[in-house]
Design a protein around this ligand. Sequence first.
Ligand code: GLC
Length: 545
Amino acid sequence: MITFGTLVQMSDQWWRNAVIYQVYIRSFADANGDGTGDINGIRSKLPYLAELGVNGLWVNPWYASPLNDGGYDVADYRDIEPSYGTLDDAKAMIAEAHELGLKVLVDLVPNHTSNEHEWFQQAIAAPIGDPSRDRYHIRPGRGIDGSEPPTDWIAVFGGSAWEQLDDGEWYLHLFDTSQPDLNWTNTEVQEEFQDIFRFWCELGADGFRVDVAHGLAKDMSFPDAGEAAELLSNAKTPNHPYWDRDDVHEYIRQWRAVLDEYGDRMMVAEAWVAPDRAPMYIRPDEYHQTFAFDFLDSNWDRDEMRARVAKVIETTASVDSVPTWTLSNHDVVRHATRYGLPKGTPWRKWLLDGPHDQLDAELGLRRARAAVLLMLALPGGVYLYQGEELGLPEVYDLPLDILDDPVWRLSGNTSKGRDGCRVPIPWAASGPSLGFGANDGWLPQPEFFSEFSMEAQQGDPRSILELYRSALSFRTDQLTSDPEITWDPAASPEVLSFERPGGLQCWVNFGPGPVELPEGATVVLASDPDFSGQMATDTAVWFWA
Ligand code: GLC
């Protein structure tokens, strides 16, 4: 029996099963024709999102910013970047989303500010030892004259994580040189962020995606780390000198207390940590969700995927929470491309080094169609990345001279960075920037984007867009009640299969040959538009047994 208490709890915990659509604002929709997406562009596409069947949107940082790192370099956390719009536009967008039943998540960046933030400007103008410098990690260097950086720490984007100031001291930046790290032991920093959470809650935000959630806390004895790191992948060592340190949980609890003042607000962690450490971030008084990056990272391999999915389900249940799945975001090679590469290809390197003829784009798309049925049938919440519903691949061959990601520069041109998954969305099959805006977009779209456009796919039952729509609509109706999962009804080593409460089964065929469904199966949805009774390789089916 459903009691009143259960109902209240379910609506308070709307995020547990929600599907959130990630909007990379710069590349989503450009309402004023300046080549950059904007808030009014998002407003114009809210009906599309509601019709797609998602429950909300997460907007990448939209704060005032020099945009050295796509807005993750925040100059003012309480204002909107002028090229994206105004605070009034943001308020209007939130209100309109709410009218359509869509939740809105903003992206909070607490590990670092922009060097244009007034705090950093004050710090570097102040004399050595001034309290304003304590909001950051500003320290003397090593060596007789202090000309060596304080530690050997390497920035995620490449090069030393320390930059020297004119007065001889050094500041820490784990990312771009224009992103100085905040000192989270400083209570002023802590209080400021509690206040920023309040500011956006008051403005109507339903939740927060928290950037670099495994960062923030640093080993204040500043030991050498003795290592180099690949982009966002070196955080799997617990209590590393600057990643995944136990003291970070103290700050998370402070924010949770603020959110709890507002009732049903939530936050999701971007924490690239070891799978065993991830549940610590979603203990009852911490984050509500944390992305299951281990699922995103998996090869297209039945046993590997099954093991990773099962592990996430098990570890999240251990803290009475549910998993949060995602296949792509603005930091990784789009999965329609990853799945089209030979197993084990280091995809970040492949962007520059190739060989590019290894890519089987059709295979990647077939697997992407199967992958979304797999993901949407799993218990828990889901995040989709803009354009994946169109099957967009990575644009790996953008001209080198237009690359914008700081990774390209800071890696000394040895890593191409993340621009290839940030190319403006093709809304129309023709016209300027394929309907993104009235003029060219900030990154060029390849010609083949026309076939992938929303306009070209809309209403075509064979399209991946219509597959997403059907799957999302069915999921909302049938798959969101209970987090239980029963593994392996197919009993085949080549099929990843499970059953959900209510009896729906999801089968994914990873094997080389076709697979028969059980006698009497009633098919709900197949990833293969040519499905006719047998499951081909690299396809998925939802059915009632
Ligand atoms: C996160 C963001 C990424 C950004 C980095 C620094 O990983 O997702 O885009 O570059 O943090 O803020």
